[in-house]
Design a protein around this ligand. Structure first.
Ligand code: F3S
Length: 767
């Protein structure tokens, strides 16, 4: 950041308004005297729109897990796939600029194939219409635009915008990454538009899980192993409705970027966000990334007000103990990030589960694990093997998280050493992490194959679109070591390999360098947008009506009032139904800005509970794909609902998973439970999320049953506590009543009445 855009002004621009924040917190302390606050509560309450309005009259025990808070985040970041819809929505609000600082990051649409030099120009050519749209909208509304090649949203946020004790929203599920720099940062879908219009952001006060860290890692253990271990213990639902807050002496032993890895993958357990208290390593990271002023301001506010750590005696809803000294490498997967197998048990698990014996590729980097520390330790491992004459046995792909990381590891010779060993360095973008991976090696879609990645998510088809690819998540150093044997069971901490001249070779535990000794270099500074771009209202943002990739939005219809009386169950889903099942990524990413076209992927990953088939629905005995049925019913004006099991919509913040059903005339989603972001997204789009009051009632309702509601009229009148009952007419004419629960707040009822949150914002903007 030397030169053109200047450090000093940037630091001033990203330093949170600490004075204002601690004043608000003081007001909260007057309302809740004697209350010992967790760090998460402090930062949340410091961002309340109006503490007295939110908290007066409630006791501390009535807040977590029940009270809706209205908050004012400091900033919003959007990735290119979700930014399209956010901007299309924003454009309908009638404002001429975003009302809080916002940024767009072009990272998801770039395919990983032969390497950055050819992949970036190819992706720019293939996505020109989208990038032009995003860039022109950014210019028009005063949004910072980080173009293709600049890096992955979470890494850029960490390097540039994250500041301890601030609050941000981001339209990507791994947004909480910057909790590793003590930023309260939450992944949202439709809420991004509220924030850009300065409508207070509403969040049900999460409960707080305290993770007490003691000891320090050594040997092969890395921060990745901490979160892999925790994901195994907490499971993919364990963090739902919770913030994970780390505390204890072990915290000080972690690097800032290591803590970011841990927070990044808090998304895998469904946590609202994850947060570390302010540490010396955060200070070092801020200084190394040209934000010493932010570090000084943070240190001051912390010293004077203890703002950046929990109060002594703060109470957590649950405490999880982890001794870092006992952590060992492990693997999570396949197909779910919470299936944790420690390295020492992995070889047995391969046999027991009949997992593939061979590794087919190793991938490191992405937003989760591409820090300088990660890359320095990987190169240490790789060089141990190459110096002994060994070569990688499978393709080895490296994704730097940002231009700053890319340029710094290139300058320091790390890239050359990796490439000399056979690694392919991909663009600074998501690539294989989000299914944008063009694999040249021939793997069958019938036969399982195993890949090892240091990414964060491993749902079926996530990386290469192949449902037979099993992704085992592990640390970068374990990936780097294991690629020197094609045997999946190879344990680099114990096993011996044979060098070409027949000598035994054994890895020694890797070393690492926390931060670049000569500082970070910015690389290509043309990627860096100006700090506070003025809106340029004369900029034309064009959407070609014939485009297959962009489509102007039409507002959804308002709710006509009364009860719903003629719904039909479109599909009853069995088992896991993540946002990847509801709105697949990969090749569908290119339709993110075209609602009608992307509707063709709605629920194509869902398993039909009656038949076990994937993406098959029935209409009077006629079978068809799920989107086909939804389009058919939509054209007949037939409203419908989906029935599903637990944690429906887990995974990402993908707003399309709510937008698409709504566009196709879905009105209710009935489940055993929801993932938080998805449930909020549904409410924002005017869909009513309901859960079974008795889980066993899932068995009483089937596809094509007719449904009417009892209780919505009362809900519209503000009777939030009253239940809603579904009256289900079975196909044999019998009638079943299913009592349901909901979590609609007063404001969310207004979204429902208006047809969507956006309709409401537009109405308010007109007044
Ligand atoms: Fe998300 Fe992976 Fe990109 S987690 S931001 S898709 S690198």
């Amino acid at each position: 950041f030397t030169g053109v855009r200047g450090h000093a002004s940037r630091a001033a621009f990203v330093t949170p308004p600490y004075q204002k924040l601690v004043e608000k917190l003081e007001r909260v302390r007057k309302i809740l005297p004697n209350e010992k606050l967790t760090l998460a509560e402090k930062v949340l309450y410091a961002h309340l729109t109006n503490p007295e309005e939110s908290l007066s009259g409630v006791s501390a025990s009535q807040i977590r897990g029940s009270l809706y808070l209205k908050l004012n985040p400091d900033r919003v970041a959007m990735q290119d796939a979700s930014a399209q819809m956010a901007l299309l929505q924003f454009m309908t609000c009638g404002l001429d600029r975003t009302l809080i600082p916002s940024s767009i990051h072009c990272d998801h649409l770039i395919v990983g194939h032969r390497g950055a030099n050819s992949d970036i120009p190819d992706s720019i050519a293939n996505n020109k219409e989208i990038f032009d749209f995003l860039q022109s909208a950014a210019k028009k509304y005063g949004i910072q635009f980080w173009g293709p090649g600049s890096g992955i949203i979470h890494q850029i946020v960490l390097e540039n915008y994250a500041a301890p004790g601030g609050m941000m929203l981001g339209t990507d599920s791994h947004t909480p990454n910057a909790g590793g720099l003590c930023l309260f940062i939450v992944s949202v879908g439709a809420d991004a538009v509220d924030a850009m219009t300065n409508t207070p952001w509403e969040l049900k006060a999460p409960k707080v899980i305290g993770v007490h860290l003691k000891g320090a890692m050594s040997g092969w253990a890395t921060p990745k192993d901490l979160i892999l271990h925790l994901a195994g213990r907490l499971t993919v639902r364990g963090g739902t409705g919770h913030i994970i807050e780390y505390f204890g002496p072990g915290v000080e032993s972690l690097s800032c970027t290591g803590m970011a890895t841990v927070c990044n993958m808090g998304a895998e357990v469904g946590a609202t966000t994850s947060l570390f208290p302010y540490t010396e390593s955060m200070k070092r990271y801020l200084e190394a990334t040209h934000r010493a002023e932010v570090a000084n301001a943070a240190a001051n506010v912390h010293q004077q007000h203890n703002y950046l750590a929990a109060d002594a005696g703060a109470k957590y809803d649950e405490i999880v103990e982890v001794n870092l000294s006992e952590l060992t490498p492990s693997f999570n997967g396949p197909f779910t990030p919470d299936l944790n197998t420690p390295l020492e048990k992995f070889s047995k698990a391969i046999e027991t589960n009949n997992w593939p014996k061979k590794v087919s590729a190793g991938l490191i980097g992405s937003c989760t694990n591409s820090s300088y520390q990660d890359m320095s330790s990987v190169v240490d491992v790789v060089e141990q093997a190459t110096k002994a004459g060994l070569k990688p046995q499978v393709p080895f792909l490296v994704t730097p998280g940002s231009e700053q990381i890319r340029a710094t590891i290139e300058r320091d010779g790390i890239t050359k050493r990796l490439e000399d060993a056979g690694a392919v360095v991909l663009a600074n973008a998501c690539g294989p992490c989000i299914g944008m991976w063009k694999r040249d090696d021939t793997v069958s879609t019938e036969e399982p194959n195993a890949i090892l990645t240091s990414f964060n998510r491993n749902f079926r088809s996530r990386n290469d679109g192949n449902p037979s690819t099993m992704n085992f998540l592990t640390s970068p150093v374990i990936v780097a070591a294991k690629i020197f044997s094609s045997d999946l069971a190879f344990d680099p901490t114990r096993d011996v390999l044979k060098t070409p001249d027949g000598k035994p070779f054994k890895f020694t535990p890797p070393t690492n360098i926390e931060l670049p000794p000569s500082g970070f270099t910015s690389g290509d500074t043309s990627y860096i947008p100006s700090l506070n771009p003025e809106p340029q209202p004369e900029t034309e943002v064009t959407i070609d009506p014939k485009s297959t990739r962009l489509e102007a939005l039409k507002p959804f219809d308002t709710y006509k009032g009364g009860e719903m009386d003629n719904l039909k169950v479109a599909i009853k889903v069995k088992g896991k139904c993540t946002t990847d099942h509801i709105s697949a990524a990969g090749k569908w990413l290119k339709y993110k800005g075209h609602l009608s076209n992307i509707c063709n992927n709605t629920l194509i990953g869902a398993v039909n509970a009656a038949t076990g088939e994937v993406n098959v629905a029935y209409d009077n005995g006629e079978s068809m794909s799920i989107p086909e049925l939804m389009w058919r019913w939509n054209s007949k004006g037939q409203p419908w609902l989906v029935v599903a099991e637990h944690n429906y919509g887990e995974g990402s913040a993908r707003e399309h998973a709510a937008l698409q059903p709504r566009a196709l005339n879905g009105r209710i989603i009935l489940t055993k439970s929801f993932a938080r972001i998805h449930e909020t997204n549904l409410k924002k789009q005017g869909i009513l999320p309901l859960t079974f009051a008795n889980e066993a009632d899932y068995d009483k309702i089937d596809a094509e049953d007719k449904v009417s509601t009892r209780g919505i009229t009362r809900l519209l009148d503000g009777a939030l506590e009253e239940p809603i009952t579904l009256i289900v007419t079975k196909q044999d004419g019998s009638i079943v009543e299913i009592p349901c629960k909901h979590t609609m707040s007063k404001d969310q009822v207004e979204f429902f009445k208006a047809g969507s949150a956006l309709n409401l914002i537009r109405e308010k903007a007109r007044v």
